[in-house]
Design a protein around this ligand. Sequence first.
Ligand SMILES: [Zn+2]
Length: 113
Amino acid sequence: MHELSLMETIRDLALNQAQSHGAARIEAVRLRIGSLAGVEPEALNFAFEVLMANTIGAGARLEIETLPAEWFCAPCARPFRAEDYLGLCPSCGAISRELRQGRELQLTSLELS
Ligand SMILES: [Zn+2]
């Protein structure tokens, strides 16, 4: 399950941030995830709970913001949305090679106390 190793990185980032701010607890962790990042929110939630146990982030909320996939079609010179890995332009049928948004996996903010 690669969500586990991804979440391990997120946890380490969160704990480092919390420590450098002298926080006693992590109340919430916010992530931004592209719809084509290839992760299951459910698996992330599970990994989060497991990995946060016995840390100052135990019991913290995990808030996930999902970004829709956005491609750019060069022939049409405009962006379009498609939730698959092919990136077929709905206007001209060209295959886009440019995924502008949708693969993100970022820690966006923390709520500390
Ligand atoms: Zn097009």
